[in-house]
Design a protein around this ligand. Sequence first.
Ligand code: IVH
Length: 671
Amino acid sequence: MPPNENIARLRLEVLRRELHHHAHQYYVLDNPLISDGEYDLLYHKLLNLEEAFPQLVTADSPSQRVGSQPLDAFTSVAHTHAMLSLENSFSDDDLRAFEVKLQRFLPDVEHFSYVAEPKLDGLAVELIYQDGILIQAATRGDGRTGEDITAGVKTIGAIPLALCQPHHGRLEVRGEVFIALAEFHKLNMQRGADGEPLFANPRNAAAGSLRQLDSRLTAKRPLDFFAYGVSDPSQVTVSSQSELFIYLANLGFKINKQIKSCPDISAVIEHYHFLAQLRPELPYDIDGMVVKVDDFELQRRLGNKARSPRWAIASKFPASQATTLLRAVEFQVGRTGVITPVAILEPVAIAGVVVSRATLHNEDEIRRKDLRLGDTVLIQRAGDVIPDVVKAVPEKRSGHEIPVAMPIVCPACSTPVFKKEGEAALRCLNSSCPAQVLRSLIHFASKAGLDIEGLGKKAIEQLVGEDLIRDIPGIYNLKPADLAHLEGWGEKSAANVTLAIANSRKTSLARFLAALGIRHIGEVTAELLADHFHTLERLSSATVEDFLDIEGIGAQMAESLALYFADPATKELLVQLMAAGFQFTLPPVEQSGPSSLHGATFLFTGSLQLFSRSEAKEKVKAAGGKVASSLTKKVDYLVCGDKPGSKLKKAQELGTAILTEQAFEEMLAHS
Ligand code: IVH
């Protein structure tokens, strides 16, 4: 029996508080206290309860993190305080000159102390909290007006939907949204596998992810956030930048670990050199250091210029660039047939890494940069991302350079290439092209597909090379004896892989669809399709119109799906896979797990009628809750029996939730 609304409200409150707490531990403090599975169970309890009581869904509920219906366009948001940019400095002398300017501007100030912070290479955003709840988020835009990205920002785990401490009134927190390098690489690998264009660097990936009209896609991106300021220091009770960081951390924000309080400009310069050294080891991109005068009152007196504050400066790191020779251009065929030009370079060291290849994206890029074989080219590495060719250096030309010719046939199967009007990419349309088949196989078994352990890129290349597999169904015909004698294999690994292959046939329809690697169909769309059609039979006989009826599926995807399922080769593939014994599991249902009282603290007062005191305490503990001995802010619920006395009044003052004995009993029954 579902609980009544009051009980549901209380239970939702406990669940939300608990989920917020665990998200903070996980995303902000990097210190998870429960397993992902336990978190999911709590989360599903929340979803089920919210589904039964949709009127009780709040803006700060963790369920709001999954993204919402796509927007038609972003609306603009006027910043109450302009989001300024920073002036740049490039040397120790520039930093000393910065201090001299401060002294000139405020001659009565004898001494300046500073805070020196990494300059994060992401996207500046403003988060607006009203009475502790995140109500709006905006990009910087032109500094005065940005775009409303609230829906996307809510999906970022490191951004609190509700502050951890009470904060009355408005608070505008500023900081940087970014993607960590490791996550960026994973994302790009996945995009490569999905036949999507790669992001040039983590910054672009973060910007592209945040500026999605469909925030359900943003939710799938590994966005992260560091807070570094407030738009108006009068919104907080602290009086300096260094204190602000502690204040923001207490409110639940993630604060960068490499921030340093510097008593003087020499300490600032020292930290700059320290960060420059540390940079290659950091798990995220930084492009310099930001120096801020620590004291808010001094910041106020120094004020702003038109575009930047006088009290802060960015100290940039030298760019990671080098020039080298463009020796050749190779053409790679991707899974969906897209042909990508790759620059083959005379190897050159950039920021400690030898670079010999760089992506050239597509023909338009080559023409725009007027690149020629034999050219001296400027190469750039942002962090440790795929190197990029910035431009040719025409001054170094001898006259013997040769314009890059695009292929007229596929380099892997010699089928004439195809270029759709309005698209930059060249494509090979032969679905049995060996390069495409190899990439499809790699994708099918990869993490983005069925995640078959032991069947990574190298293994697939080897098995295709040995002619043991020619297509996806071929994977399911492999026998341990086929593998055991191969180089690098043995009886055990052969048995393990064949077992993993057999197990992979039990999967969800969504995962299976994602593994097929249909053009434009990634994990999110695969889920939409599985939720809508439930069976492969219904899905594979749907029309373009049927696909278009699904919210979140546009014309490009619908056409790609219809084309894919109409192809006789697809029909044959699906028949063979079903014959191999695929079975689709239903979406996961809620199982019993940790109770929803988990983490909540109770206190009892007055004389209880339904239980003895010790019985009541036992029940709370058995359901995963805690019992307090006195009334403090840590108490979530005060359970009142007869004659509750002074505790009741105090609980009302503290805003603690108050339960009657009956409500408590019902809560236990549903936990
Ligand atoms: S303070 C007026 N602190 O740098 C103060 N900005 O050119 C400006 N940035 O758009 C912001 N890390 O995206 C500040 N620790 C940091 C920063 C930082 C990166 C970016 C921010 C802003 C740009 C200013």
